[in-house]
Design a protein around this ligand. Structure first.
Ligand code: DAH
Length: 352
């Protein structure tokens, strides 16, 4: 830009334009206004009067003047970008403020419990099966040998869907499943024995939302059906599970119980995880904690799945991962596992 234009006034303006690059702050602002200000900037004023010049002069003078304006604008833009990068960002910043920590998610304790249980059963030949949360009465109750209106159904009150019954009546009314046991039926009808599956999923009941109940909670069902399966297999497998999950010295006990879909039926307790058997408020002084229901699959259930109950036998179990997470981690209130409060979950979650 050192080239002279032959117009003395423009040469001195060119020098001032180039000097813009060395100015800062208020001085820069003042010079910008002096040169380019809309009302009285020198360049602006001269551009406005170009039209009055004789034609031959108008072209070269006007072109040179315009070049100066473009050049001045370019210098100003460059200076502004540079100052935003450095000064702009730092103005008003507290340089002692700690950097923001990256948010890292944590695994939910119930997810962790479900994964561990599935893994233990996977190690002894079980695969995972899943089924729908909206079920028919047939799968949820009738095929599982609940006689209509049996008192065992009182514990299984749930929401019925206001939708036309699924085909295949009776028992076609739709409901939110109350347990994962209907998936036993689905698994047996889908592929013939040998069947060895674990079935995780959510279930729904007309229960209060209080420290020990929730209208929605998780279950894991287990099912093994084959020729020659006995109660010995059931006990050995569930004791193996308890010792892998709770620790190798964990003691267990089986108590007789009742479920319509198993005969005989039992409940399995493990030694209290908090007091290890001596008795504490969590186990109500008994030293034991109930963790699952189980039993030999009722012959009527096998027949409902078109299987010959003379040839095939099997066992099943059902447990609640929410309850097991509470026992394992000493959590006093199931709602803590369902409310999604990060302050609580972060304390127990394994970093993902
Ligand atoms: N379905 C039962 C319930 O929700 C739990 C259960 C008990 C499942 C015994 C089983 C079983 O498979 O054998 O109360």
């Amino acid at each position: 830009m050192s080239q002279t234009s032959g117009y003395a006034d423009l040469d001195s303006i060119a020098e001032r334009v180039e000097r813009l690059a060395s100015l800062e702050g208020k001085a820069l602002e003042a010079e910008e206004i002096a040169l380019l200000g809309r009302k009285s900037g020198i360049i602006t004023a001269k551009l406005r009067s170009v039209a009055k010049l004789p034609l031959e002069e108008r072209r070269s003078y006007g072109a040179r003047l315009n070049e100066l304006k473009v050049r001045a604008d370019a210098i100003l833009v460059q200076k502004r970008t540079a100052s935003t990068n450095v000064d702009g960002l730092l103005v008003g910043a507290d340089l002692t403020m700690p950097a923001r920590r990256r948010w890292v998610g944590a695994e939910h304790p119930v997810t962790r419990v479900v994964d561990e249980i599935v893994e233990i059963f996977h190690g002894i030949g079980f695969t995972v099966a899943v089924g729908p949360e909206v079920e028919t009465e047939w799968y949820n109750f009738l095929a599982l040998n609940f006689p209509p209106d049996h008192p065992a159904m009182d514990m299984h009150d749930t929401l019925y869907l206001d939708a036309p019954p699924a085909k295949g009546e009776p028992g076609g009314r739709l409901l939110l499943r109350t347990h994962t046991s209907p998936v036993q039926i689905r698994a047996l009808m889908q592929s013939p024995p040998p069947v060895r599956v674990v079935i995780p999923g959510m279930v729904y009941r007309n229960d209060a939302f209080d420290p020990s109940h929730s209208p929605a909670f998780s279950q894991i069902e287990g099912l093994a059906v084959d020729e020659g399966i006995s109660f010995v297999d059931l006990k050995a497998t569930l004791i193996h599970f308890a010792q892998r999950f709770f620790g190798p010295t964990t003691t267990t006990r089986f108590r007789p119980s009742f479920f319509p879909f198993t005969e005989p039926s039992a409940e399995m307790d493990v030694e209290c995880q908090l007091c290890h058997g001596s008795g504490c408020p969590a186990c109500k002084g008994t030293g034991w904690m109930e963790i699952l229901g189980c039993g030999m699959v009722h012959p009527a259930v096998l027949e409902n799945c078109n299987l010959d109950s003379e040839r095939f036998t099997g066992w099943a179990f059902g447990m609640g991962p929410h309850r097991i997470a509470m026992l394992r981690y000493g959590i006093p209130d199931i709602r803590l596992l369902l409310e999604g409060d990060m302050r609580f979950l972060e304390q127990l979650g394994r970093k993902a």
